[in-house]
Ligand binder design. Structure first.
Ligand code: NDP
Length: 491
């Protein structure tokens, strides 16, 4: 077989790959060795901005197959028939660490799915937990700063983390999950994924329901204890990446069942909590899981940078029949995700092959860095015009959302909006086993021992008070582990 010739990026065959052209056997190097410049200059530009959250990630392609009939809720073409299939890309990640951080950190795991459907791309950009630390995107930069590094020491800081959580009790439910064994899943195959937000679906008659998405692992939930996770951080920082790659290469393809929970407008009006509050779940017994499909991951991308680092998921990518909701975090993410991709990958990031939909794209957006899809050719770049036939089809508009008195006033009056404790307490008391409860307490103690300095006592007491409101036993046990008297004596 004829060998391939080394070329410059412009395609000119080049004669030497390792030794620079010099003015004598010992140098100096000649400027005219332009392949040398190209090689060094390109190398200098290999890194793109790291994702500010979810920097460390792993991706795989696969297939989603519709297994449940949910046409009464959605007119999405994907779900129009049991047996329909589409290709998917999934990116799993940790949240707070840098691109080289360890996979077994105690952290939520990102669980982002891109469905390449005949209606365009549908991105379900969730986590491995059904709730989140905050319910308003305005708080997100503050919250994430506390998960990153101290501005002076450049160290992770238990003070920042617990100061923030204790001042933001809405975080408690997510914090409880995080410090349970599920906060350190055994790789990515043995964990559930959740769309987390409330979304909507509408059917052919444009009747809308509110929806939560759950990906239930078919491998079973498997977790690491705190000490196991800590050991793996040193031994194999890429533990989860390795596990996914090796499993798929051995044709042991992981699968998840996609289930939905459905709530009508009427039920939303009567729900005990705000149904659009990202710190709350919908109890399964009231809103049972309905099967929609099965996702199998069966292909590791052949180039990590091209297809995982450049993958851009955005909750704004919905398809006809699946819509958004008033969830304040979701609304914030609709803005923030595409904005982050424009910064990280450029204005034309949807043209990158891994992001490109399988459907044609027609609009009048043009130019910008890396316009690589022909840029609309000679077609008009303005609207209206007399030359092309691109029209905005009203058929695809979302059914109007009624945010009239029932729902809107209900939120205003809903004192349970500030109930940060019932669901966190239910998880601790009713869902966890004795062993999980003991591990959760130990994990809290280990982390809170890191709080130091003049505000230590204040932060600890404030957080113990939140634990107390969720479950008295929890507060007593954590306080005991920290060597603090609980409840504190009244002066
Ligand atoms: P259920 O008893 O019907 O379901 C409990 C759920 O909790 C299951 O989905 C289970 O996942 C999951 N779970 C078990 N251990 C943990 C953990 N350590 N961290 C997070 N999730 C866990 O309960 P309800 O629906 O009445 O909800 C009770 C509590 O369960 C909630 O307050 C919430 O904390 C938690 N939960 C509820 C979910 C929901 O959508 N209703 C979803 C996830 C958690 P699996 O079945 O895969 O084992």
């Amino acid at each position: 077989m004829a060998k391939k010739k080394l070329t410059t990026a412009a395609g000119r065959p080049y004669f030497e790959n390792e030794d620079s052209m010099t003015a004598g056997p010992r140098g100096p190097v000649l400027l005219q060795d332009y392949y040398l410049h190209e090689k060094l200059a390109h190398f200098n530009r290999e890194r793109i901005p790291e994702r500010i959250v979810h920097a460390k990630g792993t991706g795989a392609f696969g297939t989603f197959t519709v297994t449940g009939n949910i046409t009464k809720y959605t007119k999405a073409k994907l779900f129009s028939k049991v047996g329909n299939k589409c290709r998917v890309l999934v990116r799993f990640s940790t949240v707070g660490g840098e691109k080289g951080s360890a996979d077994t950190e105690r952290d939520p795991r990102g669980f982002a799915v891109k469905f390449y459907t005949e209606d365009g791309n549908w991105d379900l950009v969730g986590n491995n937990t059904p709730v989140f630390f905050i319910k308003d995107a305005k708080k997100f930069p503050d919250f994430i700063h506390t998960q990153k590094r101290d501005p002076k020491t450049n160290l992770k800081s238990a003070n920042m983390i617990w100061d923030y959580w204790s001042l933001n009790p809405e975080s408690l439910h997510q914090v409880m999950i995080l410090f349970s064994d599920r906060g350190t899943p055994d790789g990515y195959r043995f964990m559930n994924g959740y769309g987390s937000h409330t979304f909507s679906m509408y059917n052919k008659k444009n009747e809308r329901v509110w929806v939560k998405f759950h990906f239930k692992t078919m491998q079973g939930n498997r977790t690491l204890t705190g000490p196991q996770a800590e050991e793996l951080r040193g031994k194999d920082p890429d533990y989860a990446q390795r596990d996914l790659v090796e499993s798929i290469e051995k044709k042991n393809f992981p699968k998840w069942k996609l289930m939905i929970q459905v709530m009508t407008d009427e039920q939303a009006g009567k729900f005990k909590w705000n149904p659009f509050d990202l710190t709350k779940v919908w109890p399964h017994k009231d809103y049972p899981l309905i099967e929609a499909g099965i996702m199998e991951l069966n292909e590791i991308p052949s180039n990590y940078f091209a297809e995982v680092e450049q993958a851009a998921f955005a909750p704004s990518n919905t398809v006809n029949g699946i819509g958004l909701s008033p969830d304040k975090m979701l609304q914030g993410r609709i803005l923030a995700y595409p904005d982050a991709h424009r910064y990280r990958l450029g204005a034309n990031y949807e043209q990158i092959p891994v992001n490109r939909p399988i459907t044609p794209v027609h609009n009048h957006q043009r130019d910008g860095f890396m316009a690589i899809d022909g840029n609309g050719g000679s077609a008009p770049n303005y609207y209206p015009n007399s030359f092309d036939d691109i029209e905005a089809d009203r058929e695809y508009r979302e059914h109007p959302m009624e945010l009239g008195s029932v729902v809107a006033d209900y939120w205003d009056r809903n004192k349970n909006d500030n109930d940060h404790y019932s669901q966190a307490g239910a998880l601790f008391r009713k869902v966890m086993t004795d062993r999980e409860r003991a591990n959760t307490i130990a994990n809290f103690v280990a982390s809170m021992r890191g709080i130091t300095g003049p505000k230590r006592k204040e932060i600890l007491i404030r957080q113990l008070d939140h634990f107390h409101k969720a479950d008295k036993e929890l507060a007593i046990k954590v306080a005991e582990g920290l060597g603090i008297k609980w409840p504190p004596s009244k002066k």
